[in-house]
Structures are given as structure tokens and as C-alpha cells.
Design a protein around this ligand. Structure first.
Ligand SMILES: *[C@@H]1O[C@H](CO)[C@@H](O)[C@H](O)[C@H]1NC(C)=O
Ligand SMILES: *[C@@H]1O[C@H](CO)[C@@H](O)[C@H](O)[C@H]1NC(C)=O
Ligand SMILES: *[C@@H]1O[C@H](CO)[C@@H](O)[C@H](O)[C@H]1NC(C)=O
Ligand SMILES: [Zn+2]
Length: 384
């Protein structure tokens, strides 16, 4: 319990930021009323019948998502920012997405840290770089630095990175024949999420702070068919890269086993501005459970009404329980966020035990499938 509570308070939002976020959230809520009809129109709803769900489930290679499997194992190494192993993981991400014929961007930079000047590199991969709008999925690929111990960070965030790779790998044939040139999927692998010493505004989120600031100041031109609910919908001709993001879905601390006698980590929506996306995820989780293509454990723990899965339908915990993470620099600049992180951190969090033994491959696969379906539905992929 101690470590879970410590985990919970370990990344509080500083008061000034919380106030700022509140203002942003309130403005978004006001805007939401006006724009909800527009965004509902732009979110495709054709997916997913039971047949489509079973097709999407059949794309899995379950063994690849085990700790020794080809999708997860490349991330299961210590990979502290600025180290040779971190560079090897970068190269793995780059070669994987190059082979899938995605556009690969790098964002190399240096920053001062409590242990000296460190080199970082965010990796951004995009299926169709010319699309005006993007669904963005993100996770951090660095692992936390400890002076005296080897730390794998299996849940933090090797598993979320593997889930992203799995989505890209399984959906790529459908993405290759995707016909909507205005919308695409992008994935961001953040470097330098972890603090080198103690989590502060300057010792944490090195990669996401750098990228959000850069993208806010980088303008693209052309008509923007926005569905993000922010900015000028009447067709401004010049807008920042950030405004091309429909929503940023950030995955963190996923894949850990349930504690003995307990349930797997449960996750609550902390972002009212994206409640409609959360609702889609909860519905997808329920449909997958009904089709019995997720683990028996997930099916067993859910209620008839579709609650009590990993993604909680109830609104018991809301934005006041938000956890600081890589989404913050984007949220502060108006990007809509879905944050997939258990409010009670895994018991292994930031200990040597966050390693292969902490991982339940069934839970990893369940999450991969939920987000695979979410992406297929969001883009409106032609799945039969
Ligand atoms: C699973 O791994 C094998 C071997 O690396 C690879 O050929 C295959 O494409 C992978 N499939 C998925 C869905 O990850
Ligand atoms: C780099 O990764 C390898 C496993 O691939 C591991 O044995 C080694 O200890 C890691 N190096 C560092 C400095 O963590
Ligand atoms: C939105 O953009 C259009 C065209 O650039 C401009 O005429 C209009 O004033 C803008 N509206 C707002 C509220 O900024
Ligand atoms: Zn961490």
C-alpha cells in the first residue's frame, strides 16, 4: 500500500499548473458544446460488428507480446536516456517503422539534468505524413536512472511501447489501403520522461516538453479540417503542428499482474474534454468481452453493464486525480488528451521488480486489442 500511495502523490500537478489546466478545461468545456456535433461527424462509427472484432482479434500474434516475444523483448532492457542501450532502442523503433513504410522523424536535443548534460531523442512515426489531422498514440521509451541498481521498467513503459508497435504491425495492411487522405495515425515515442533524481518541473518530461514547445512554434499551412474542438474552425490558413492533433492518447504503467487475490489495475478517465473517446474505449472493452476475444480474467471481472474492466465506465475519479505525465506540455497548449494510466500505480513501480516477472501477457494482449480496435474505429478502417 505504501508504495501505491507514494506512487499516487509522486507526480502531483503543481498548483499553478493545476489552476492553468482548470482554466483550459473550462474553456474546452464551453467549446465542447459547440463542437461536439462536428467531432461526432468526423469520428467514424462503422467499426465494429462481432465479425469485425473477431477479424481484428485474429491479427494478433500473442506470443510476440510476451516478455521474450519479438514485439516486447526489444524494450525489456535498461534504456536510460543518453546511454548506448537507449540508442539501441531508438534504432529498433526506427527500423521497425521504416520496414512498415511509415514516415520516421527524430527530435534530437540536449538538456541539463541533475546528473549533467544529456542527449535525448524523441521518435515520431506517422503513417501518412501529408494528412491534415492525426490520431496520436504515445508512450515513453526511456527507463528510469538509478545509481546503484539495474531497472528494466517493464510496465514503465516497455509494455506501452510494445502495444504501440503491435497496433502498427497488425493494422498496417489496412493502413496501406486506407483511403481518407485527411486523417492518419501517428505515434510518439518520448525520450526523457523519467526524472534523474526527484520529479520536478525541470527534472522530468524532457522529451515531451521539448517536442510540445517545438511543435507549438512550427507552423504548417493549408486548410485545416479541424475536429479537435480548439482553434479557428473557419479555416485558418496557418496553424501550428499541435493543432493538427485530434487527440493525444498517452499510455503509461500498463501490463502488470494483479496482486494476489486482487484485481488488475483499473483506470479512470481524468479528462472530461475527451469523455466521448473514453466512452468509445469502454464500449470497445465491453464488445470485446462479449465476443470473448479478451482474457477470461477481464471477462470475469466485468459487470453486465460493461463496467469494472480495466477502463472504468464510472466517473468516480475525475480530473482532480490527474497524474502528471508526458501529456502535460501538450495539454497546456490545448491538445485534447486521453491518459491511460492506473491511478493506483503498480506495486512494482520504480523498483527492481518492475521486470519480466511483473508482466501478465494476457493483460498486455487485452490492452493491445482494445487500442487496436479503437484505432480501427477512429480511422474507419475497412475491416471485414
Ligand atoms: C510476430 O513476430 C514474427 C517474428 O518476429 C513476425 O514475423 C510477425 O510479423 C509478428 N507478428 C505480429 C502481429 O507482431
Ligand atoms: C544494456 O542492455 C543489455 C541487455 O541487452 C544489458 O545486459 C546491459 O546491462 C545494459 N547496459 C546498461 C548500461 O544498462
Ligand atoms: C478565423 O479565420 C478567418 C480566416 O482566416 C478569419 O477571417 C477570422 O477572423 C478568424 N476568426 C477568429 C475568431 O479568429
Ligand atoms: Zn517511471
Amino acid at each position: 500500500m505504501g508504495s501505491r500511495i507514494r506512487g499516487f502523490v509522486r507526480r502531483p500537478l503543481p498548483a499553478t499548473n493545476a489552476l492553468f489546466l482548470l482554466v483550459v478545461l473550462l474553456s474546452l468545456l464551453v467549446l465542447l458544446a459547440d463542437f461536439s456535433r462536428a467531432s461526432a461527424r468526423l469520428v467514424h462509427r462503422s467499426c465494429c460488428s462481432p465479425t469485425q472484432l473477431s477479424t481484428l482479434a485474429s491479427l494478433s500474434a500473442k506470443q510476440n507480446l510476451t516478455v521474450t516475444g519479438s514485439t516486447l523483448s526489444p524494450f525489456m532492457v535498461p534504456r536510460v536516456s543518453g546511454t548506448a542501450n537507449n540508442t539501441l532502442v531508438q534504432q529498433h523503433i526506427i527500423s521497425t517503422f521504416t520496414a512498415l513504410d511509415w514516415h520516421v522523424d527524430q527530435d534530437p536535443f540536449e538538456d541539463n539534468t541533475p546528473i549533467g548534460r544529456i542527449k535525448f531523442n524523441n521518435i515520431i512515426v506517422t503513417k501518412n505524413i501529408n494528412a491534415a489531422r492525426k490520431l496520436v498514440l504515445a508512450a515513453h521509451f526511456d527507463s528510469k536512472y538509478f545509481k546503484d541498481q539495474e531497472f528494466i521498467g517493464a510496465t514503465d513503459s516497455a509494455v506501452p511501447c510494445a502495444i504501440l508497435v503491435d497496433i502498427a504491425t497488425t493494422l498496417n495492411p489496412y493502413l496501406d489501403t486506407y483511403l481518407d487522405p485527411s486523417l492518419t495515425i501517428q505515434m510518439i515515442f518520448f525520450d526523457g520522461e523519467e526524472a534523474f533524481k526527484t520529479w520536478t518541473l525541470t527534472d522530468s518530461l524532457y522529451g515531451s516538453r521539448h517536442l510540445a514547445e517545438k511543435w507549438a512554434a512550427t507552423y504548417v499551412s493549408g486548410y485545416r479540417p479541424s475536429s479537435s474542438g480548439i482553434g479557428n474552425l473557419s479555416g485558418s490558413s496557418s496553424h501550428s503542428i499541435l493543432s493538427t492533433i485530434d487527440v493525444l492518447v498517452l499510455l503509461d504503467l500498463l501490463g502488470s499482474r494483479a496482486s494476489p487475490g486482487g484485481k488488475p489495475a483499473q483506470i479512470y478517465n481524468t479528462h472530461p474534454e475527451t469523455a466521448h473517446h473514453w466512452q468509445s474505449l469502454v464500449e470497445i472493452q465491453q464488445s470485446l468481452a462479449k465476443s470473448s476475444v479478451v482474457s477470461a480474467g477481464l471477462v470475469g471481472q466485468m459487470t453486465e453493464t460493461g463496467d469494472n474492466g480495466y477502463l472504468m465506465a464510472s466517473s468516480g475519479w475525475q480530473s482532480n486525480h490527474a497524474i502528471d505525465d508526458d501529456h502535460r506540455p501538450f495539454q497546456q497548449r490545448g491538445v485534447p488528451i486521453v491518459h491511460i494510466i492506473p491511478q493506483q500505480f503498480p506495486t512494482v513501480w520504480h523498483t527492481v521488480d518492475d521486470n519480466a516477472d511483473a508482466i501478465d501477457p494476457e493483460i498486455v494482449h487485452d490492452f493491445a486489442l482494445i487500442f487496436r480496435v479503437f484505432v480501427a474505429q477512429y480511422l474507419g478502417l475497412n475491416v471485414f
